[in-house]
Design a protein around this ligand. Structure first.
Ligand code: SAM
Length: 451
């Protein structure tokens, strides 16, 4: 028995006694480290054991210092806890990636599930990543921008606000804030903060979140609910509550990977990840479909304004806001974005790529993060020491043939922009995202660039 765990918590774990002991042992052991590769930008360098439910998820033998790896800052991979990658299995198992759909990731920061979704969904699917907590929206923006795959927008709206876009989304992902029992081995503070009262508070907040967003789901649409906690109150009981409240049916999943446990509630099934059974943290997920008939949707009025000549590509266009912010947008989303702009607190209408001022385009960091950008800039290739200095926002003493803005590249991966003033390259890496800790220059690459 792991004596540091609250007794009431241990009793609440829905497992037989002998398995509970194995779970407690697992909570006391080292957490596995896993990453998900951005296959638009990079490939894994050395073979490594794969995450069973995601073709681009891999376990690493030890935890590297991600902040000292330029490829991490280039959006070439995302360190993500393995169980969370199961969303890939759900989306592909239900063929939700095969045709363009509207998707909402309601509780999206820091962006693990949003980046996963943006990679797996059809390129013309629209992904709205929402995060209600202001301080966390910046993190979401950072991770989606670095990921570099357009076709998303970012809002900062309370779940109840989504009633303003009724029956709009085909897929809603609610990765709910929870009591975090499944992360106890990674975060010892979570153990100290645990209380039955907090579990109950979380369960009731989750119901409010589900009730708030429910009207935005299309009849026939799918809601994927998940938490990283073990107790039944926040998991099966909330799914049962949802079925009792609304005209919905549970959706069972087939083809479960080994070690994933099927739990039941009423007529439905939940999927449980326990760290003594699989290589990952504690996680719960369940899927429901909204019943009923869809109203006929009217064609959207209006479109966002665009600027020609920035992207010479049918896949992306540059949309400009009234404030002059320029975003990379999938052309098919221009009308949808105009609608959402009126209804929600739209922070970014797409991947932020620059400013439009007095008829001129001034690119920013996002322009070189885009995997499919053909915006032309001279290249400056840097070594590991220079790359880390650049990422700390230090200037580089260099001699280059011409002054101006350069795309800074390390091992084939774009890191950002730099301005050469005739003596030095001034790092234009975003101030808030810069490396603040001492970085190790002992470079151990994890991935290699595709090109
Ligand atoms: N989906 C994210 C990912 O994969 O990286 C993790 C999401 S985390 C489990 C839950 C998120 O819900 C947090 O970012 C938190 O700020 C947000 N949140 C907190 N209170 C909320 C509320 N009342 N309504 C909606 N979201 C909330």
């Amino acid at each position: 028995m792991n004596s540091s765990l609250p007794e009431a918590f241990v009793k609440s774990i829905p497992l037989p006694d002998d398995e509970r002991v194995r779970l407690e042992e697992a909570i006391g052991s080292k957490a596995p480290v896993s990453i998900r590769i951005n296959t638009k930008k990079a490939a894994l360098l050395k073979t490594s054991q794969g995450v069973p439910w995601h073709p681009h998820g891999y376990y690493l033998a030890e935890r590297p210092r991600f902040t000292s790896d330029p490829a991490f800052h280039a959006g070439a991979y995302y360190p993500q806890e393995a169980s969370s990658m199961f969303l890939y299995h759900i989306v592909t198992g239900m063929q939700l990636h095969e045709a363009p759909i509207n998707v909402l990731d309601l509780c999206a920061a820091p962006g693990g599930k949003s980046t996963l979704l943006r990679s797996v969904l059809h390129p013309e699917s629209f992904l709205l990543a929402n995060e209600v907590v202001g301080s966390r929206v910046n993190l979401l923006e950072e991770n989606l921008t670095k990921w570099g795959i357009p076709g998303f927008a970012i809002t900062q709206s309370d779940p109840s606000r989504f009633a303003r876009v009724p029956e709009f989304f085909d897929l809603v992902v609610v990765d709910a804030p929870c009591s975090g029992e499944g992360l106890f081995r990674k975060d010892i503070n979570a153990v100290n903060e645990w209380s039955q009262q907090n579990v109950e508070m979380c369960a009731s907040r989750q119901q409010q979140i589900l009730a708030g967003v429910w009207p935005a789901l299309k009849p026939g649409g799918i809601l994927v609910y998940s938490t990283c906690t073990f107790n039944e109150l926040e998991n099966e009981a909330n799914m049962q509550w949802l079925l009792d409240q609304y005209n919905a049916e549970p959706v069972p999943l087939g083809n479960l990977p080994e070690g994933v446990i099927e739990s039941t509630y009423g007529g439905g099934k939940g999927y449980r990840f326990f760290p003594h059974r699989i290589r990952g943290e504690g996680f719960f997920t369940a899927i429901v479909r909204k019943n009923g008939n869809s109203r006929e949707s009217k064609p959207e009025k209006g479109r966002l304004q665009t600027i020609d000549g920035i992207f010479d590509s049918p896949e992306i266009t540059a949309a400009v806001s009234d404030a002059g912010d320029v975003h990379a947008v999938v052309p098919a989303h221009l009308a949808v974005l105009a609608k959402l702009q009126k209804a929600l607190n739209l922070r970014h209408a797409g991947l932020p790529v620059g400013k439009w001022s007095k008829g001129q385009f001034k690119p920013n960091h996002g322009i070189v993060m885009l995997y499919n950008s053909i915006f032309r800039l001279p290249l400056l290739t840097v070594n590991i020491e220079q790359a880390l200095s650049y990422l700390k926002r230090e200037d580089l003493g260099l001699s280059l043939p011409e002054r101006g803005v350069y795309k800074v590249v390390f091992e084939g991966l774009a890191l950002g922009l730099g301005r050469y003033d005739g003596h030095r390259l001034l790092s234009q890496y975003p101030m808030d995202w810069r490396i603040r800790t001492a970085a190790s220059t002992e470079y151990r690459p994890i991935v290699k660039a595709l090109h």
